[in-house]
Design a protein around this ligand. Sequence first.
Ligand code: ARG
Length: 565
Amino acid sequence: MDYKTYISKKLDIPSVDKDELTSLIVTPPDKDMGDYALPCFKLAKVLRKSPAMIADELKAGFKTDDVIVSCESVNGYLNFRVNRNALADETLNAVLSQNDMYGSSDMGSGKTICIDYSSINVAKPFHIGHLSTTVIGGSLYKIFKFLGYNAIGINHLGDYGTQFGKLIYAYKAWGNKEAVEKGGINELTALYVRYHKESEKDPSLDDEARRYFKLIEQGDKECNELFNWFKSLTIKEIEKIYEELDITFDSYAGESFYNDKMQPVIDELEEKGLLKTSDGAKIVDLSEYDMPPCLILRSDGASLYATRDLAAACYRKEHYDFDKCLYVVAYQQNLHFRQIFKVLQLMGKEWAKDLVHVSYGMVSLLDENGNQVAMSTRNGTVVLLDDVLKKAHEKCLEIIEEKNPNLEDKENVARIVGTGAVIFGALSNSKIKDIAFSYDKILNFEGETGPYVQYTAARIKSVLRKGGEVGDYSGYELNDDEYQLIAALSTFPDTVKSAAEKLEPFYITRYAIEVSSLYNKFYFDHKIIGAEEKAKNFRLALSKATLITLTNALSLLGIKVPERM
Ligand code: ARG
């Protein structure tokens, strides 16, 4: 039920646009003022009357009904009360009957949305800098699926470039099978670092590396076997983290997948007169659009990151026929995406308008003293995501040992809560903001954190275990706390839709916090089990509906709810 629209339709002010009127209606925090209110101050200008007079006149003309049960004029405000029982019935029925589908929709049915996220680089460590793209993209993927879209998760692997020639050289010179099998990405990184040291002394190594890279491209059997091995090692290692974060992909088609798909794009650029030669390189001039040129081929004929992205976009359109294609990539690549979207538009691809760069800020980690932990691949001081998760699990276990030492299955709970804290922490702000997180902040059970929401959900599970069957509550009159909670539950489907529309998983984290704090206020101020029969039944049903809604919200973020906490 959209009360604001409903009320504005019933108000008789012909000179004011209905949508504008709807937008003026507010939900006052103080429920003594009613459930909804129309402040008449802005209208005073247009109608040239005092706010109080406007409110009085509107009240006189307003007919209450089954939905809006009262309308009062107080000091220039028009205050409304809704039929709380009807809202409660409607909402509880919807939540309890739809259960894990509550909040879902079929609005996306028949529409395809490609989401390019995480998009890791082969043979490179998976560090905290990859957290945002992974969890923002992973959450958008779940949100769109929940809304009925055909979502395609794509991990556009960084698996192309001379660094793989270097790696092959290094492996052949100093590596061995056992060490790589055992050490995984770490060992590959070590080989890569060694290559750089040695090539400083002997620059001829670079020719060798280029030769190996050429061999990969030309389909040389041995080089490709090594390359594919490095790739599968990387994916296998990182899939463990994906599993922990509840992240999945439908495609791992990375940059090298487009090796044979770039030439047609280059030909098309040529045909359409878009390619220019500059210092031997092929470029698309974008000066007219206030951008530096988009480099398509280097003077030695090598393709670039942008070339592969152009080919990838065309391939995705052809292969998936998407309605939208999202790229969840840090804001450092803003220019890159503006360039390739523009080039595609200049090529006459009308679907270029459906490409969206979902840009986000940086994540950094603060140490115990609140100082930023420095990160540098060169100095080997990257903060590995795996270590962050492990540390979160450990810290969480410490908290549990302290608060609830007799908890069953402690390790598993610590794992679910620690991981949840990291995901929730990364999704707690509008995505474009830089975030600095500390373990203390994300693991605070009383803060606006994942553990706080999980704790609330676990608390409800315990209430429900004790409460037993939900009996009849017909005719029960809701108090303000119950009404606020039910009103919040009723907006979950709209919240999911707004999160999709604005591409902001943060709408879901914010919502989960709001519902949790409303539930906790209700829980601390009102008895559930010891209340009289109808109140008890209603409160149990309300608790159950809250649990379902919180569980659904968390699952859109990839976070699980423990049985006990
Ligand atoms: N691998 C790239 C990086 O780490 C991100 C790729 C993003 N996706 C894309 N289609 N360009 O910077």
